[in-house]
Every structure is written in structure tokens, then in C-alpha cells.
Design a protein around this ligand. Structure first.
Ligand SMILES: Cc1ncc(C[n+]2csc(CCOP(=O)(O)OP(=O)(O)O)c2C)c(N)n1
Length: 328
């Protein structure tokens, strides 16, 4: 999605568009879960439901020619940066029409036309790619910015600190977006993460902010400021977005009681839901009525159903191309 980049105030059109994008992501993910449960999807997937405001708030502050890199939990990032649902579903199902001709699957979706340099199943693995892209922008004298999405689990990866050091030394236009959904697989992050997260980027002299990741307007506003700084040559930024995944670590992680309580899950769903929070705000500002929001949901549902049908009907790649586009 490309939207106006610099202003931190949000116009009515963008505010409604952000609701539409979050709805689209949620419905896409619910359908992906059904594909898994119905044994129609090879492999598994990591659902982004609950975290939609992070991807949408961040990508709304980017231009189409800005870059993102993504993670194993990447569908929301891809969609928010402009991907089409039909080619996304096709990739999940291993079809030729998918973003990577069906050879990448859920965790390896790239969409270069929209500035998505790719999801990455290696925790922290895309930090070098995003930082390299930012170096390229600086070297070539463009004003593009690169955003690196990663979960708080990646804070245990040395690469993240190597590239933050370089990005600060060379004043690169890269924003590190840490999506803290509180769990590294089945372990609470406090059992694996010492000290203050924001002290880490600040040790490198990187401008670091924290935001409520369930508040899409807040995420947008903080990102827009960091992007504007970076675009104008002020170097890297770091955004810590506090959020929550409603589902398991992956679709097969159904019984979660041994590492987090049902009460905790219920509380986030009922009190901290990003769609509900933003929908209520839109209504309170008279930017949308409940009927308007229902219409947005209906249209998004129709888009998801059509995209799914497209992917189900699409052909698999020809077996003769099995070794094409593969690198080892
Ligand atoms: C280098 C590496 N180590 C371990 C794994 C296995 N693994 C996949 S996801 C994950 C946890 C990631 O947690 P986090 O980064 O917080 O992202 P989240 O799943 O919470 O979105 C782990 C350990 C991996 N993919 N890559």
C-alpha cells in the first residue's frame, strides 16, 4: 500500500483505508488457517492475527518504492505493502501463479514490484538484507527507506547488532521494527531477553521509540516521523511495537495452556483488538458508521473468497521447472 508519507496527522481517507487493510489481513489469515485445517495447504503457516496494526501502520507511512523485509509471520507485511490476495493464496498453495511461482510458500513471499524484498524463515535473517538495501539507497543517492520487520526473538541474533552498528556509523536509511508479541515460540520473551530492549539500539546511537502495537494510528505516526528523519539523512531508527498473536506460534500450536493462559488470550482479544480499537475511533470521529465498517468487511470477504478460488483453480508449476529459480 502506498500512502502519503510524511505527515503524522491522519486524514479521513487514510484512516478508513487502514481499517480496510487490517480487515483484509485478518480475513486472509483466517482463511489460511482454514486451508491448513482442511489439509489443502502443504506445510504450515504462522498467523499474524492480532498484530495487524503494526504492518498496516508501518506500511502506510511508506512509499511504494520503499522497501520492507519480512519474517516467518509475514502475510500481513506482504499485504500491507501492496500484495494481491490471489497471488498470495497461490503461493501458499504452491501454484505457478504465486509470487514465487509456488516455490517459496508461506515463509518466502517476495514482491519486488511493491518493494517487498522477501519474507525470511531465519529468525533475524532479513536484518542484513534490509540494511544492505538501505546502503544501496544511500550509495545511489535515492531517498528510499528500508524497513526491517522482526520479532523480539531476533534480539538474540548477533547479526541484528552487527547491522545496527553499521547503519548508525554510515547513517543508513533503515528502520528496525521489532514486533514484540511477547513469545519466542513457546517461551515468554522475558526469559530470553535481558535488560531494556530500547537500550540496545540506543547504545548504537539509533533513535528508538516504543509504541502500542494495537493502535494503528500511533504506529503510523511514530513510523512516519522515523521515516521522515531517515529519508532526510538523519540515519536509522528503531520502533518497538508491543503486540500479541491471538493464535499459536504456528497453525499446529493449538493447545497453548502450558505456556500462556486462556485468560491472557481472551483479554487481548476483548480489550486490545486493533480492528475494534480503530473501528470504535472511526465511529467516534464520525469518519465511518457501523454500516460503513460492515460494508468494508463484506467487500474484503468477497476479495478473499475470489482470491482463494483463483488459487484453488490455478495450475501447479510444470514438473520440468523444478530446478529453475533455485539457489544453493
Ligand atoms: C536462526 C533461527 N533459529 C531458530 C529458528 C526457529 N524459530 C522459528 S520462529 C522462532 C521464534 C521467533 O520468535 P520471534 O522472533 O519473537 O517471532 P514471532 O514468532 O513471535 O513472531 C524460532 C526460534 C529459526 N527459524 N531461525
Amino acid at each position: 500500500m502506498s500512502a502519503t508519507a510524511s505527515p503524522t496527522t491522519i486524514g479521513a481517507e487514510l484512516a478508513v483505508e487502514m481499517y480496510r487493510q487490517m480487515t483484509r489481513i485478518r480475513l486472509f489469515e483466517e482463511q489460511a488457517n482454514e486451508l491448513y485445517r482442511g489439509a489443502k495447504m502443504p506445510g504450515l503457516t504462522h498467523l499474524y492475527i492480532g498484530e495487524e496494526a503494526v504492518a498496516v501502520g508501518v506500511c502506510s507511512a511508506l512509499r511504494r518504492d520503499d522497501w520492507i523485509t519480512s519474517t516467518h509471520r509475514g502475510h500481513g507485511h506482504c499485504l500491507a505493502k501492496g500484495a494481491d490476495v490471489d497471488r498470495m493464496f497461490a503461493e501458499l498453495l504452491g501454484k505457478e501463479a504465486g509470487y514465487c511461482r509456488g516455490k517459496g510458500g508461506s515463509m518466502h513471499i517476495a514482491d519486488h514490484e511493491n518493494g517487498n524484498l522477501g519474507a525470511n524463515a531465519i529468525v533475524g535473517g532479513s536484518a542484513g538484507i534490509a540494511t544492505g538495501a538501505a546502503y544501496s539507497a544511500k550509495f545511489r543517492g535515492t531517498d528510499q527507506v528500508a524497513v526491517c520487520f522482526f520479532g523480539e526473538g531476533a534480539l538474540g541474533q548477533g547479526l541484528v547488532y552487527e547491522v545496527m552498528n553499521m547503519a548508525s556509523l554510515w547513517q543508513l536509511p533503515v528502520i528496525y521494527v521489532c514486533e514484540n508479541n511477547m513469545y519466542n515460540e513457546y517461551t515468554h520473551y522475558l526469559e530470553a531477553t535481558a535488560g531494556d530492549i530500547l537500550a540496545r539500539p540506543r547504545a548504537f546511537g539509533i533513535e528508538a521509540r516504543e509504541v502500542d502495537g494495537q493502535d494503528v494510528r500511533g504506529v503510523y505516526a511514530e513510523t512516519a516521523e522515523l521515516v521522515e528523519r531517515s529519508r532526510n539523512g538523519a540515519g536509522p531508527g528503531f520502533l518497538l511495537a508491543n503486540t500479541y498473536r491471538y493464535h499459536g506460534h504456528h497453525v499446529g500450536d493449538v493447545d497453548r495452556a502450558y505456556y500462556r493462559s486462556k485468560d491472557e488470550e481472551a483479554l487481548w482479544r476483548s480489550e486490545r483488538d486493533p480492528l475494534a480499537i480503530h473501528g470504535t475511533w472511526l465511529e467516534s470521529k464520525q469518519l465511518a458508521t457501523p454500516d460503513d465498517l460492515a460494508r468494508i468487511t463484506d467487500k474484503a470477504r468477497a476479495e478473499i473468497e475470489a482470491g482463494l478460488q483463483f488459487a484453488l483453480d490455478a495450475p501447479f508449476p510444470d514438473p520440468s521447472e523444478v530446478t529453475e529459480d533455485l539457489y544453493a
